[in-house]
Design a binder for this molecule. Structure first.
Ligand code: NAD
Ligand code: UDP
Length: 354
C-alpha cells in the first residue's frame, strides 16, 4: 500500500516534510487525477482557499506543467502513483478525479480504463471509510449512454451499450457509482457523486481528441476543423471554472445530499455551430472536413440541472462566447511540443453511419 509514511520517505526521508504538506489547521485534501485538466483547476481552487493538497496522479493524460505553478506553494504536494494500487493518507476530503476522460484516451487501454475507474473508486472509498474523510467522486453524463430522454435528469437510468467501444468508460463509471452507494449503505461513508457533462477550458490536453480541443488546436494552427458525421449531433459545454465552483459547493453540502447530481451547462448546440463559433473567435475562416461518426457516438446530450440549482444554488454562468476565447488564448500560449499525445487516439477505427 502506498502510505503516508512512504510519501515522507519519497520526499526526503522525514515526516517533517510531510508535516509541511499537512500544515496545521489547514483542511487536508487528496485530489486523485490532480495533474489533469479538471484536477489541476480544482487544486488551484483548494490551495487558494487554504487547503493543504496532495495531488496524486500517474501522469497518463495529466501533465506536470498543469501544476508547475503550484510547486513550492504552501501545502501542495505531488505524488506519482497509480490508483489501481491502494493508497493511504490522513485527509479530510478526497476528490476522486483520476480516469482518462477523452474517448481517444480511454479506448487506448480499455481494460486499464475500467480498472482505473473501479479500483480508483474502491481505493478512494476504502480510504474514506478508514479516515472518515468525505469523498467527492467525478462521475459522468456517459452513465446515460445514448439517451432516449432529453434533457437527462438524474432519475434517468440510461441507455448504455455494455459491449461497445465506450463501455470500458461508461460501465466503469456506472460501477464506480454503485461502489459509492454501497459504501454509503454498508458503512455510512460520506459520499458526493457528481455527473459531469462536457467541460472545457485551459489545460485540456491539446491532443485529447475531444471536440473543443481539436477545433481550437486546428483553428489556431490554420488547419481544417474535423467534424465527425454531418455535425448535427448536439452537446452542451460547461466552462471549467463553473464546474469547479460546483464541486466546491457539492463537497460542502449537507451530509444527506449524496447526489448523483448533474453538473453542466444546459445551453445546447450542434457541432457544426461550435465549429463556426471557434473559427470566428480564432479569427479564421471555417474550413470544415467531414469524417466518419464514431460508433455509439450519442446524438444529443443536455443536462437537466434542476437538482443542482435547487440543492446547491448552482448553475453555470460562463457561456461559450466568453469561455471559448479564454480557451483559445491559453492554446495560443502553449507549445504543442510540450504536450505529446498520451495515446495514439484510437477514436476512429470502429465507425458507424447514423
Ligand atoms: P484528464 O484526462 O485531463 O484527467 C484525468 C487525470 O487522471 C490525468 O491527470 C491522468 O493522468 C490521471 N489518471 C488517469 N489514470 C490514472 C491512474 N490509473 N492513476 C492515477 N491517475 C490517473 O481528464 P479530465 O477531463 O480532467 O477528467 C477528470 C475526471 O472528470 C475524470 O474522472 C473524468 O471521467 C471526469 N469527467 C470529465 C469530463 C470532462 O468533460 N472533462 C466529463 C465527464 C466526467
Ligand atoms: N467530434 C467532432 N470532431 C472532432 C472531435 C469530436 O465532430 O474533432 C464530435 C464527436 O463525434 C461528438 C462530439 O463532437 O459527437 C463531442 O465529442 P467529444 O469527444 O468532445 O465528447 P463526447 O462524445 O464524449 O461527448
Amino acid at each position: 500500500m502506498f502510505a503516508v509514511r512512504s510519501l515522507a520517505v519519497k520526499h526526503g526521508g522525514s515526516r517533517a516534510l510531510l508535516r509541511s504538506a499537512y500544515t496545521r489547521g489547514m483542511p487536508r485534501s487528496l485530489v486523485t487525477g490532480g495533474a489533469g485538466f479538471l484536477g489541476s483547476h480544482l487544486c488551484d481552487s483548494l490551495i487558494a482557499s487554504g487547503h493543504s493538497v496532495i495531488c496524486l496522479d500517474n501522469l497518463f493524460t495529466g501533465n506536470r506543467q498543469n501544476i508547475a505553478h503550484l510547486d513550492g506553494k504552501r501545502g501542495f504536494t505531488f505524488v506519482h502513483h497509480d490508483v489501481v494500487h491502494p493508497f493511504d493518507f490522513d485527509v479530510d476530503y478526497i476528490w476522486n478525479m483520476a480516469c482518462p476522460a477523452a474517448p481517444g484516451h480511454y479506448r487506448y487501454e480499455p481494460v486499464k480504463t475500467m480498472m482505473t475507474s473501479v479500483l480508483g473508486a474502491l481505493h478512494s472509498l476504502q480510504l474514506a471509510h478508514r479516515t472518515g474523510a468525505r469523498l467527492l467522486h467525478a462521475s459522468t453524463s456517459e452513465v446515460y449512454g445514448d439517451p432516449e430522454v432529453h434533457p437527462q435528469p438524474e432519475s434517468y437510468r440510461g441507455n448504455v451499450n455494455p459491449i461497445g467501444p465506450r463501455a470500458c468508460y461508461d460501465e466503469g463509471k456506472r460501477a464506480a457509482e454503485t461502489l459509492c452507494f454501497d459504501y454509503r449503505r454498508m458503512h455510512g461513508t460520506s459520499i458526493k457523486v457528481v455527473r459531469i457533462f462536457n467541460t472545457y477550458g485551459p489545460r485540456m490536453h491539446p491532443y485529447d481528441g475531444r471536440v473543443v480541443s481539436n477545433f481550437i488546436r486546428q483553428a489556431v494552427g490554420g488547419e481544417a476543423l474535423t467534424i465527425f458525421g454531418d455535425g448535427s449531433q448536439t452537446r452542451s459545454f460547461c466552462y471549467v471554472d463553473d464546474l469547479v465552483a460546483g464541486f466546491r459547493l457539492m463537497m460542502d453540502s449537507r451530509e444527506d445530499f449524496t447526489g448523483p447530481v448533474n453538473m453542466g451547462n444546459p445551453h445546447e448546440f450542434t457541432m457544426l455551430e461550435l465549429a463556426h463559433a471557434v473559427a470566428r473567435d480564432a479569427g479564421c475562416t471555417a474550413q470544415i472536413e467531414h469524417r466518419a461518426l464514431p460508433m455509439d457516438d450519442p446524438l444529443q446530450r443536455q443536462p437537466d440541472i434542476t437538482l443542482a440549482q435547487r440543492e446547491l444554488g448552482w448553475s453555470s454562468t460562463i457561456n461559450i462566447e466568453e469561455g471559448i476565447p479564454r480557451t483559445i488564448e491559453w492554446f495560443r500560449t502553449i507549445r504543442l511540443a510540450d504536450y505529446p499525445p498520451p495515446s495514439p487516439n484510437v477514436m476512429q477505427p470502429e465507425t458507424q453511419a447514423k
